[in-house]
Design a protein around this ligand. Structure first.
Ligand code: RB5
Length: 147
């Protein structure tokens, strides 16, 4: 399942992404926020990411003003590999090389057209594995050492 979440800074972008996903018949669960009223990105990120880590095939699209705060929060959740992207190459290669399960974007950084392109490439690109799996395992080791 695909989970969406945004704070007030990313709310409008999330709504544009939802329209795009609807037009592509891509299912998603919207974890909020539901209005442009101020909310805290860490809490919204946790709500979505706690669901995302329940299945390895789950994905997330998270938005805040810059995409940075919500990506920092997402990466605090064990099992989340969130990438804040504002270009096509990064959105593609964070799937190929980092096996990212969450794409973060800034509603004050990227326009809706570009954001939807980034969502599409992020969702359709697979993980390359091989030497990259070793590096992902090292990330997991870092997480496990904190427990
Ligand atoms: C909220 O004003 C803003 O700080 C937030 O959306 C995000 O950009 C933080 O990284």
């Amino acid at each position: 399942m695909l989970y969406l979440a945004a704070d007030h800074g990313g709310f409008l972008l999330k709504e544009e992404i939802k329209k795009h996903l609807d037009s592509e018949n891509i299912e998603y669960i919207d974890c909020g926020t539901d209005s442009p009223e101020s909310v805290d990105y860490a809490l919204i990120a946790k709500k979505a990411c706690d669901e995302i880590v329940k299945d390895k095939d789950n994905r997330g699209i998270l938005c805040c003003g810059t995409g940075i705060g919500i990506s920092m929060a997402a990466n605090k959740v064990n099992g989340i590999r969130a990438a804040c992207c504002s270009d096509y190459f990064s959105a593609k290669f964070t799937r190929l090389h980092n096996d990212a399960n969450v794409l973060c974007m800034g509603g004050r950084v990227v326009g809706a057209g570009l954001a939807c392109e980034l969502v599409d490439v992020f969702l359709k690109t697979g993980f390359e594995g091989g030497r990259h799996q070793r590096r992902i395992d090292q990330l997991t080791d870092i997480e496990n050492a904190q427990k």
